[in-house]
Write a new protein. Sequence first.
Length: 327
Amino acid sequence: MTHGAYETGLHAANWAITAGHQHVIIVGAGMAGLGAARQLLAHGVTTEIHEARERTGGRTTGIDVGGFTFDLGANWLQQYDDNLLARLAEQWELRVVPTDFGSEDCEGELRERLAAAPEHASVADVRDAWLHPAHRRPTSTGSSTRPSPSTPARHSTGSAPGTASNPASATATAGLSAATGYSSTAWRQGLPISLDTPVRDIRIDADGAVINEDVRADAVIVTVPLGPLRDITFTPALPEQHRTALTHLGAGRVEKIIMRLDRRFWTAPYFRIHGPASGSISEWLDATEADGTPTLVGLFAGPWLDDLWTGDDIAGRILSDVLRAGG
């Protein structure tokens, strides 16, 4: 989750601070990199962020859909009460909208089932027994009779095009609402970021660290995802167990679709639609409150992605499935 990445950045920064480093380079301007930079700067450490893309945020970025900016990647402040990013959103007065993931106390039931499980049972065993097909309506397009286990969250909404924000107040100068969402400039405001600056190699020596053979610092904090990480040459090489792990680690595929519609034909704030194959599932949340326009945000995973995300009318086919499921 996004707040986990941010907190990991804080931990890395604390390592550098404790070690007494006075000049630190951060590779990557995603949430982990931004978190590390804020912590280092707060302790007086000279900090540089090198980002290969022409934007910040990593896997958090926004896109305009029907006059409103929606997050393409991370979208929610999960575990809101304990979420550090939620505290920052409150501090910067970013607009957040409560999200209803269902009325059943799924988290409470999950905890009860885990407590009652056999000693050597895994979380996956408990989950699979709970979500066995016997617990669900046996249909390929209808919604599940039991929502998935979830925890409280709030949805961070997008901003209108042309708005500006300030890290102290994050109030919009124009548009529909305060400039919010993970694409808000508040997350990166005031940080020393060099965009379009890929790091190709990192060398550690007795005097500290050198990137791209000519930029020196006391230490380097690397916050990039698995793909770009494999493209960086480290000298000396990473420990063997780390290199072995990198060859085995991967990421699953999840697709998001945002539908802006003329009318609101659904009633539930959250629902699921199961695909024809095992493991094919989509979750839908009502995002109408963002600006009053009927809006659905769908997350898709599983084998049916190869068929759904093929051809020209992806949105049309998916909307047809939603309409069928919604009656």
